[in-house]
Write a protein that binds this ligand. Structure first.
Ligand SMILES: [Zn+2]
Length: 191
């Protein structure tokens, strides 16, 4: 019995780790030749892992995502239910930037993929560090015409929510939450 509980616990622990993977890559070995890296001064950046054989620095790397608050002409906001993220709270459209894309192209693509909507006007809304997943989030406000959603398989459902109700649908406000910051930036811009 104890064994089963232990295994169960480990499984839950692993599941938790899978849910919130850390995404910063801090290199210990050269990605080209495999040699162990040494700390080496790199100007203003201080000591950075360095391959003496390839004569190359390996700076820490992380992924970049776009997050888009989609708004229609009636000032309603698209809120998405995605059970793999939460069964309680609702999200904005978001996704990884692919190599070769700029952030704006990724934002337009993600809104089209997830909601089936075309952005008519895209507005920059700041960048935010998302500590629990160690990602850089690039925020946008995307204006669309109110039409029927054509959802991707990643989205369980989506609805148009009024300004007054929007924040109660979002994830709780805490350090690292991007939704409320983008929402308030948009509200302040309207005043
Ligand atoms: Zn090397």
């Amino acid at each position: 019995m104890k064994k089963i509980i232990e295994i169960g616990y480990k499984f839950l622990y692993l599941q938790d780790k899978i849910k919130t993977p850390k995404q910063i890559m801090h290199y210990k070995y050269c990605g080209i030749c495999g040699k162990e890296l040494v700390d080496h001064p790199a100007g203003d950046d201080g000591m950075v892992p360095y391959c003496e054989k390839c004569q190359m620095y390996w700076f820490d790397s992380f992924s970049s995502c776009v997050i888009i608050m989609v708004v229609n002409e009636y000032d309603e906001i698209a809120m998405l239910k995605q059970s793999y993220l939460s069964t309680e709270h609702e999200t904005f459209v978001s996704g990884y930037i692919k190599p070769g894309e700029n952030a704006e192209t990724a934002a337009i693509r993600e809104v089209n993929e997830e909601l089936g909507l075309s952005i008519e006007h895209l507005e920059y809304a700041g960048t935010y560090w998302f500590p629990s997943k160690e990602l850089l989030m690039l925020g946008y406000i995307g204006n669309v015409k109110k039409t029927v959603f054509h959802l991707s398989s990643e989205v369980d459902s989506a609805s148009w929510v009024s300004i007054e109700e929007a924040e109660s649908h979002m994830f709780p406000e805490r350090p690292g939450n991007t939704q409320h910051k983008i929402f308030r930036r948009w509200i302040n811009g309207k005043k």
